[in-house]
Design a protein around this ligand. Sequence first.
Ligand code: DON
Length: 313
Amino acid sequence: MFCVTCDASKELEDLVAKARPYSQHGKLASYIPALEKANKDDLSVAIYHLDDGTCTYAGDYQEKFTLQSISKVLSLAYVLAHIGEGKVFQKVGMEPTGDPFNSIAKLETSKPSKPLNPMINAGALVVTSLIPGQNTSDKWEKFLQFVQTLSGNTEIGYCKEVQESEFETSNLNRALCYFMRQHGVLEGDVESIMELYTKQCSIEMNCLDLARIGAVFSNNGRDPLSKKELIPEQIARICKTFMVTCGMYNASGEFAMKVGIPAKSGVSGGILGVIPNRCGIGVFSPALDEKGNSLAGWTLLELMNKKYDFSIF
Ligand code: DON
């Protein structure tokens, strides 16, 4: 991750110390077996400040984690930029579900049978199926490059162990794909889509890299240092809107009330936070609450909101 300076913050360290005990009440994700190897106590946070391009951090900030569902925001931005809003929203909706992220229920009851939004698994699988490229490896390489550019870190890659673990056990996601293919919402070879999807979910980074990605969204799609456009402003806006309405699964309403910022979590325990025109935030703590959000991570963001007045509302 490249920024002007990165400094440990005593203030943030105090908040981390208050939030860390909450991780004991959470559970590691186990449906992707490799995720269960995480250290339950880990908690890290980084803030990338737009005004001076500096980064402050606290906790286990060097610890890497996989993006999991956080990658859904990035694949959405990428696909919107490459094939346009019209084609994407023909296949995936814009409404929150109130259901768990991997639920199949609304696919059966909605007419037409398209996923309600791109932040649930069904919607994200459709988005992944729309990533352009000659073949799976071409699609993957270009998408990974995009994530490297957003994070300002060309060393970012994916965790093979987590990817294989998910690929081998993704029966529910395969079921979602086949259901949608039957209804003409998803096209293409399901195994290739699963390979690409599990790779994007296994992209690995630390909280500093994630905060840098948050800073790009915070800066309306522009690189926080060079000011170059990395994501068109309108697409960055769409992504932030989905983060507010659907980013924390079926706890998005409660999160908006208690923290009040665009955010996206993943079952590895990562949370990407964006405070428009102010900063990007990366948080990681792998023990989850019953809805799949990082327990200590959420608590830390609540404490940060009280101290720094983050809420956009
Ligand atoms: O598809 C899955 O189940 C995981 N790779 C990601 C799930 C996740 O992080 C929660 N999602 N919204």
